[in-house]
Design a protein around this ligand. Structure first.
Ligand code: NOJ
Ligand code: CA
Length: 674
């Protein structure tokens, strides 16, 4: 680590004048963002932020409340302040970018009260800031019970915001576009654009052994932290003499795409904790026995309509082997689906396949074809049942050549716990750590939201944590603006297993099949995918996941010219850049994987044309560009299937005109010409 040092101990120097309370400031390396911390005469802690020399966050409170009366918010005295700075470059085994620069200025304020020693650690980057609390407290050994976090974010200006409502059990909620002062509560990341045109997103980094933070309205344009809680209402149980909170983060940029190009969340996480060879952690493309169940033409339960039969899985393995797809997921392979959603039934087994699913034979067959199987562990929220079987199930899966497990928590968490409280944050973490011990990667559905843990545990590869493709199968579906909001909100937190790539947009091939049964109460029989076909292709680039699923039935891909993009796509990107975009409106993004580039552009319900300079391509090289575009008369609502494929030779000096239909998009692969 190439650490530059600058430490100034400034105990008395920071008292900025007689009669004033202690106040101290730190700025981002480029000087555009600055944060001031002060303690009032009552010993209450406040911070404020300026962006481009204008107030951005007005004085906002810091601190915690505790059940037995420990004072963690007031009566603090500043004991000292230290400054430091960092400028290093680190690498990760996979990611949007494999090489990341971590450059910040740090201000560490040491405080003391009757009950606690506290260090407030502030880090200012050019792309935002993070701060966290590091408490040591006077204790008789009993557990500290945090009942409230007082952290506030008081915006100086109104503006527009994009978020989902706060909910401690689900993130699968529709996005809302609201003035900042109209947001009653929100989950993070919540993204906003202030009247001055500054883009910002509030989230958290390194959420470990703590409840998730949501925001609740406080004052006119302010928010306060509202943590998920245990069944008894306590928010965090702290054992031992000290605790460190997750980082509270504010990503800040002058352009909306700057938020996407920021690595602040990863930079505020700990380095990789997995030792030795990491080659078992590999980005991959997959297909699976999955969409058929959501459409209602197959079942998870064994019976006439069972999806995960040996024969059907072999068909998927054959398709994967023939089409440059790395892996096959099979849901409904294991015993216990009869009781899904019914707490009185026997819960799932993770080592006992249904009788018509021959695991040994499929493992052998997949290996012979050079394809991996992906395991599936739906817990339905039965945490004890899962934890009891986890070790054995992980070892057994690994012995069958499985490297990747999709987990699921579709159901209420047993014991009155909530998906996002401290109990579950501990559970999700335990799964990742134990999976790492067995050299398995995790793709969690109904997860805890990503907070950059993938840096420390790169086997934490992808997660759901927003409305994904499944909603299109059985509900009113995800509207056209959803896919151009996700990159500016949920995806700022980390990769998402959205599972894009449905080609039978209108369900013409399945809606009237005699075996179709409505299984989801939301199904009104008129569901469909609310995009054009080209947008489905483009979403493979736009909605980043290192494990990317072509989610349609493989028979809908057979012979389809657009599937060539998925064949060619390399999920193991080295470098990425969001080029243009506005939340909820449009986005254009490019990724490089080895010598090839992949561009994805998508729009909301408006048709639009983007002009994209190809200056990201390597100079002096000619590329074959295969363009998967909306047809001239395409329209997500009335004509979603029309597309055209155009081939051109291009170079870095060229400009691409990207015309997108209403609810449409465009995907382009660029391969160097020999
Ligand atoms: C919800 C998950 O998001 C989905 O992908 C899965 O098919 C079902 N649960 C069943 O596990
Ligand atoms: Ca889900």
């Amino acid at each position: 680590m190439n650490k530059l040092f600058l430490t100034i101990i400034a105990i008395t120097a920071m008292l900025t004048g007689c009669g004033r309370t202690p106040s101290t400031t730190v700025s981002s390396p480029n000087g555009k963002i600055s944060l001031n911390f002060q303690v009032t005469e009552e010993g209450t802690m406040l911070y404020e932020v300026q962006v481009n020399n204008k107030p951005f966050i007005l004085p906002s409170r810091l601190g915690f409340e505790e059940q037995t009366g420990m004072v963690l918010a007031n009566y603090f005295d500043v004991m000292g302040v230290e400054f430091d700075k960092e400028d290093e470059t680190w690498t990760q085994p996979w990611g949007e970018n494999k090489t990341i620069r971590n450059k910040y200025n740090e201000m560490v304020v040491h405080l003391s009260s009757i009950d606690a020693n506290l260090t407030m650690r502030f880090r200012l980057f050019d792309d935002g800031l993070g701060f966290r609390y590091e408490y040591g407290y006077a204790t008789d050994g009993s557990t500290l019970l945090l009942t409230d976090e007082l952290t506030e974010f008081n915006f100086a200006q109104n503006g527009v915001s994009w978020s989902i409502a706060a909910d401690f059990d689900t993130y699968e909620l529709p996005y809302r576009t609201l003035p900042i002062d109209q947001v009653e509560d929100a989950n993070t990341p919540i993204t906003m654009k202030t009247e001055d045109g500054v883009y910002a997103s509030i989230h958290e980094a390194a959420l470990v052994d703590f409840p998730e933070m949501t925001l609740v309205k406080k004052g006119n344009m302010g928010f306060k932290s509202n943590l998920a809680h245990w069944p008894d209402g306590v928010k965090a149980r702290i054992e031992g003499g000290t605790f460190v909170t997750p980082w509270r983060t504010i990503q800040i940029a002058n352009e909306a795409v700057g938020l996407i190009n920021s690595a602040l969340i990863l930079n505020l996480n700990e380095p990789c904790a997995i030792e030795g060879d990491l080659s078992w952690i590999r980005p991959m493309k997959y297909v699976g026995i999955w969409w058929g169940m959501h459409l209602g033409i197959e079942s998870w339960v064994m019976g006439d309509r069972h999806g995960a039969t040996t024969q059907n899985v072999k068909k998927y393995i054959d398709f994967a082997a023939a089409n440059n797809i790395d892996a096959v997921l099979a849901e409904g392979w294991n015993q216990g689906w009869e009781g899904w959603g019914d707490p009185s039934q026997v819960p799932f087994s993770y080592t006992k396949p249904y009788a018509d699913f021959d695991m040994e034979e499929l493992a052998r067959y997949a290996a012979e074809k050079g394809v991996e199987l992906i395991g599936h562990h739906e817990t339905s929220g039965h945490i004890d049942n899962y934890e009891q079987q986890m070790e054995e199930a992980f070892a057994w899966s690994k012995s069958l050549g499985i490297n990747n497990i999709k987990t699921g928590y579709a159901g209420g968490i047993t014991g009155g716990q909530q998906h996002h409280n401290q109990f579950m944050v501990r559970h999700y973490r335990k799964v990742v750590e134990r999976a790492a011990a067995h050299r398995l990667s995790i793709n969690a559905h109904e997860p805890i939201k990503p907070t950059g843990i993938r840096r420390t545990y790169p086997n934490m590869m992808s997660a759901e944590g927003a409305r994904g493709m499944e909603w299109n199968a059985w509900s009113e579906g995800n509207p056209p603006h959803h896919h151009v909001l996700l990159p500016f909100t949920r995806l700022l937190a980390g990769p998402m297993d959205y599972t894009p790539g449905v080609f039978d947009i209108l369900f013409e091939k399945t809606r009237n099949l005699p075996q179709r049964k409505k299984w989801n109460p939301q199904d009104k029989g008129n569901s469909r995918v609310n995009t054009t076909l080209a947008k489905q292709v483009a979403n493979w680039v736009v909605l980043y996941s290192p494990v990317q699923m072509a989610s349609d039935l493989v028979e809908h891909y057979e012979g389809h010219p657009c599937f060539q993009f998925f064949r060619d796509f390399d999920p193991d990107s080295d470098w990425s850049e969001a080029l243009q975009g506005e939340p909820g409106e449009f986005i254009a993004l490019v990724r490089r994987a080895k010598e090839n580039f992949f561009l994805g552009a998508t729009t909301n319900q408006e048709a639009r044309t983007l002009t994209i300079p190809l200056d990201f391509l390597k100079e002096g090289i000619t590329y074959k560009a295969i363009i998967y575009a909306d047809g001239d008369d395409a329209d997500w609502e009335s004509n979603p299937l029309e597309y055209k494929i155009v081939e051109r030779q291009v170079a870095s000096t060229d400009t691409l005109t990207v015309a997108m239909a209403k609810g449409g998009g465009q995907a382009v692969s660029f391969v160097p010409v020999e």
